[in-house]
Write a protein that binds this ligand. Structure first.
Ligand SMILES: Nc1nc2c(c(=O)[nH]1)N[C@@H](CN(C=O)c1ccc(C(=O)N[C@@H](CCC(=O)O)C(=O)O)cc1)CN2
Length: 299
């Protein structure tokens, strides 16, 4: 039997419409319009696309979008001056700097400059620490999106064996923390893990975020497992010369024959990233105004 295909695009559309309802309520009941500021340094083409999608999505749900495009040679001093201004602006509830930044800038220092209460990427040391210690964190968007997809698949995640391949600050570590907080037994595997295939085979929930196209093979998947593919690699299209196609970290054709449920690439995890960014902006806005953040949009 082939696996159920988890439709991340439809799920993300639902999250976005929930966000739009909350925006309406914040406006009507409290006179507050949530605002999201996105900072892009340089002209990386993929980042330009993501930033324009973020702007469009922000406007569509009724929030204010503040786009700041800075030249590639922007100094750290000038970038930080902008972040300081956004930190102090009460109409801005969420701030993010699109990654990657040019080489002369440092991602860690940039994130550290953003007020943790407005860090809607959930990347600051404060938010990572809050997540690890069970506090009210803003959670990194892609792992939050994966958690939402997984919670919709299972009545409860409690007691599930979860294996996350990848240990980045942006994804693997927060994903592991989220699954742990939902009472999974979590293994974070990585490039030095011995017998990775064997480790993966014990997972009820297998989350692949290695950044290596189709590395996870069908025989790494436990029959019936739920597979979440976070990878996005652009490769030459096999049938359309001169064109490219997106593939994930999981060999989909093989894994779909073994898994119980699986996210495709594209159309699986990817769309959840921007939906959760909007959700985090609502959360940040509510907290900034002494209101409770909507349960369904948080971890
Ligand atoms: N500050 C940040 N920078 C980056 C992040 C991030 O979360 N915060 N993540 C990525 C890029 N990204 C959002 O910024 C992002 C990546 C992918 C998608 C997405 O919807 N992917 C689609 C395919 C899209 C396509 O056709 O190219 C999918 O997988 O279905 C959305 C957002 C790096 N930088």
């Amino acid at each position: 039997m082939t696996a159920k295909i988890i439709d991340g695009k439809a799920f993300a559309a639902d999250v976005r419409s929930q966000v739009a309802e909350h925006v309406e309520r914040l406006k009507a009941d409290h006179g507050i319009t949530p605002g999201l500021a996105v900072v892009l340094v340089g002209e990386d083409p993929a980042s330009e696309v993501y930033v324009s999608h973020k702007h469009k999505a922000t406007v569509e749900v009724g929030m204010q979008s503040f786009e700041h495009k800075l030249p590639a040679d922007t100094s750290e001093e000038d970038l930080f001056a902008l972040i300081d201004k956004l930190n102090a602006d009460p109409s801005v509830h969420g701030i993010l700097c699109q990654f990657p930044v040019p080489d002369h800038l440092d991602e860690r220092r940039t994130v550290a400059r953003i007020d943790p209460a407005k860090d809607v990427d959930g990347l600051s040391v404060t938010n990572a620490g809050l997540l690890a210690t069970g506090g009210e964190a803003l959670v990194s968007c892609t792992p939050l999106g994966c958690l939402m997809l997984l919670r919709a698949e299972f009545e409860s995640l409690s007691g599930k064996e979860a294996v996350v391949i990848g240990r980045s600050n942006l994804f693997g570590k927060p994903m592991g923390q989220l699954l742990l907080a939902d009472n999974c037994t979590v293994t974070i595997a990585h490039s030095r893990t011995k017998d990775l295939a064997e480790v993966c085979r014990r997972a009820d929930i297998l989350v692949a975020a290695v950044g290596r196209a189709e590395m996870v093979r069908g025989d790494w998947v436990k029959p019936g497992a739920t597979v979440i593919d976070v990878g996005i690699s652009r490769v030459p299209h096999p049938e359309k010369p001169g064109k490219t196609k997106l593939i994930g970290d999981v060999n989909f054709e093989e894994a779909v024959e073994v898994a119980g449920a699986i996210t495709p690439v594209p159309g699986g995890v990817g769309p959840m990233t921007i939906a959760c960014l909007l959700a985090n902006t609502i959360t940040a806005c509510c907290r900034a105004n002494g209101l409770e953040a909507p349960k369904g949009l948080t971890a």
